[in-house]
Design a protein around this ligand. Structure first.
Ligand code: HEC
Length: 175
């Protein structure tokens, strides 16, 4: 019995020593962690993101216009000369094009056979072209251009982006 008690006491002592050791280790490393300095925040973490420069704003506007004129409103398809297969000639983009189609209802609808060049003036005064793209009305005549020029209703922002893009193009026929 004595012997059993002794063994038990030794066991309990051993266990508590190891618990104590473990606990001390834990607290020590917790203290170490606590003592570690917080990772330094990047110098500009609190600063608001830098405002884009006027050049960046202009570049983004022109990119928006490029996307609309080439990929969405497809101005490029009508306002560009076509090759013998009827496809727009890319390096003459916006030089003006023949419309390879006829009116479906020629008696009812005036139909143009040419789409003018959209030169550095975007085919007219920038404000007039922007107005045309917003309203479908060509201000100098007070009328809509003939079909198949679509009566666009672009937002003011998008209309201005298309105009700025057209004005940024370098490859125009000699005026
Ligand atoms: C489906 C063909 C087609 C598409 C697409 C098209 N146009 Fe036209 N556009 C024409 C035709 C044809 C005319 C000439 C209309 C006329 O003679 O009355 C024209 C005329 C114009 C004019 C001159 C308006 C005037 O009365 O003098 C401008 C500027 C113009 N388009 C800009 C654009 C822009 C910018 C886009 C794209 C956002 C575009 N067009 C998309 C066919 C098109």
């Amino acid at each position: 019995m004595r012997r059993t008690l002794h063994i038990l006491a030794t066991f309990v002592a051993a266990v508590s020593v190891s618990f104590a050791g473990y606990y001390m280790q834990q607290t020590a490393s917790a203290a170490e962690n606590a003592a570690e300095p917080a990772p330094a925040a990047p110098a500009d973490a609190a600063a608001p993101p830098a405002a884009p420069t006027p050049e960046e704003v202009k570049a983004a506007q022109i990119e928006r216009g490029r996307y609309l004129a080439n990929d969405v409103a497809l101005c490029v398809v009508c306002h560009t000369p076509k090759d013998s297969k009827g496809l727009p000639i890319r390096d003459q983009a916006f030089h003006g094009g023949v419309i390879p189609a006829k009116a479906a209802y020629p008696d009812m609808q005036a139909f143009a056979s040419n789409a003018p060049a959209l030169g550095p003036m975007a085919g007219g005064a920038p404000e007039d072209v922007a107005y045309l793209l917003e309203t479908g009305i060509w201000r100098p005549t007070g009328k809509s251009p003939k079909a198949p020029m679509p009566p666009f209703r672009l937002s003011k922002e998008d209309a201005e982006a298309v105009v700025e893009y057209l004005r940024s193009l370098k490859t125009f026929p000699p005026q």
